[in-house]
Write a protein that binds this ligand. Structure first.
Ligand SMILES: [Zn+2]
Length: 459
């Protein structure tokens, strides 16, 4: 089975190499901004000509928005715009132009409603201060050295990696992997290289192919499994908060840059900034590590994993819970499970966000109309079952899998199916005017509306 996989390694660059990498990332930005300015200028020119009644065939010819078109325009202009162009790899300019071509396409598709989801804005200029420096190489000498301590990239040459590259090197040597591209990126005060690799690997099966597990993702626990397993939420951000506060205060006491007065940042300010960003990066790394361990364990153990589709965007509007929810990385769990279950021979079932997993009794199937978030124990009035709230929800999710696999017609959504997030007591009337998105005011969806949406299957 062939899959695309990324291998990411931290780099140990010497000052000269770091300058060269920065130059490449900067070149990507320059090409992007130049091409964006050209696109805008041509668009404005054509719009102005139209107002003067110039017929369409006599308008200034439009610029092609494809990567090939942008590259052609750039290559014609680069001797004037960037006389230093031979100093960096052409892949650097390609990175910026490719980003622009994609952004323009996304914008155009979004406008013509070919693209689903939130509306995409028109591309913006990349600022030197704000954009994450990155550059991608797709052709040329890209390889992992046999010593497993170095990688080779076009123009940049041999770069030392911080950790051993053996996992990738072994695959390349055994001819089960083909490196397609390499992206250099600065993250948390450090440079990384990420290889995009096409990997050929044997089919796998989970340790217990028949096993079904329901996963209730929460704040109190990172996840509650229907097997009764409670995965604690480590709350890395909360733990790190004191240190982050101290470091942030240290930054604010030092002389930072000021664009009005032209004040340059002091060395101490730079150092303090590095320390702060390293601390933030550490929190992110810890969180990522915990989530990966959990999702890998689920995907390699169980044949079927059932999760809920958490309406994260809406949950984040609840300010008191927002930080913890963001910390736990709800959506990330689902995303990781989606790509880990299939290559492991398992499958992922996603319950619709309106499926009343918390309100249903996992013993007899009765659905409560109301369940306050403060009720940590689920008590059934019909059969007398008393169970941890999250465990009850996890069992309901697991039961959902059996309903889809045997009946085929999908489960019948229970009565009173309500949006889970409603239970938090957010009342539509209390919202400021205009903040409620269309169709999201406080009405309970009709029963007919919930039945056919009760299940969506991934893949
Ligand atoms: Zn019951």
């Amino acid at each position: 089975m062939k899959t695309i996989q990324a291998y990411r390694f931290a780099l140990d660059l010497n000052p000269a190499q770091e300058r060269a990498v920065y130059a490449h990332a900067g070149a990507a930005r320059v090409a992007h901004n130049w091409a964006l300015a050209r696109v805008k200028a041509v668009m404005d020119q054509r719009a102005a000509e139209r107002t003067y009644g110039v017929p369409d065939e006599q308008l200034t010819p439009s610029l092609s928005w494809s990567l090939a078109g942008l590259r052609k325009a750039w290559n014609a202009a680069k001797p004037d715009v960037a006389p230093w162009w031979p100093e960096v790899s052409k892949e650097a300019f390609n990175t910026g132009l490719d980003a622009l071509a994609r952004a323009l396409k996304n914008w155009a598709d979004s406008r013509s409603e070919k693209r689903k989801g939130r509306p995409v804005g028109f591309p913006r200029y990349k600022s030197r201060r704000r954009t994450t420096p990155s550059v991608r190489f797709t052709t040329g000498a890209i390889r992992v050295e046999r010593d497993r301590k170095h990688v080779v990239l076009p123009r940049l040459g041999r770069l030392k990696v911080h950790e051993s590259t053996r996992k990738l090197a072994r695959r390349v040597e055994a001819d089960t992997a083909r490196i397609m591209s390499a992206t250099l990126r600065r993250d948390g005060g450090r440079w990384y290289v990420a290889f995009c690799v096409e990997v050929e690997r044997p089919d796998r099966t989970p340790a217990r192919p028949e096993s079904v597990v329901g996963v209730d993702v929460g704040v109190r626990h990172l996840a509650v499994l229907s097997t009764g397993d409670l995965v604690p939420n480590p709350r890395h951000l909360t733990d790190a908060q004191r240190r982050l506060r101290t470091l942030a205060r240290a930054v604010s006491r030092k002389t930072g840059p000021d664009r009005r007065t032209g004040q340059r940042p002091s060395r101490r300010w730079r150092r303090a900034c590095t320390r702060l960003s390293r601390a933030h990066a550490r929190v992110a790394n810890l969180r990522r590590d915990g989530l990966h361990k959990l999702t890998t364990r689920l995907a390699t153990t169980h044949g079927t994993v059932v999760v809920e589709d958490p309406n994260v965007a809406e949950m984040l509007t609840n300010r008191r819970l927002a930080r913890h929810i963001a910390d736990a990385g709800f959506a990330e769990i689902r995303r990781q499970l989606a790509y880990k279950t299939t290559p492991n021979g398992g499958k992922l079932i996603t319950a619709d966000r309106w499926y009343p997993s918390s309100k249903t009794c996992s013993g007899c199937g009765t659905v409560k109309t109301k369940l306050a978030l403060s009720e940590r124990e689920y008590e059934c009035g019909t059969c007398g079952l008393t169970l941890n709230r999250d465990l009850n929800a996890a069992r309901n999710l697991a039961a959902l899998a059996a309903q889809t696999t045997t009946a085929g017609s999908g489960p019948v959504a229970a009565r009173g199916a309500d949006r889970k997030t409603r239970a938090r007591g957010q009342v539509a009337e209390k919202r400021e005017p205009g903040t409620a998105p269309a169709g999201k005011t406080g009405t309970v969806p009709s029963q007919g509306g919930t039945t056919d949406r009760a299940l969506t299957k991934a893949h």
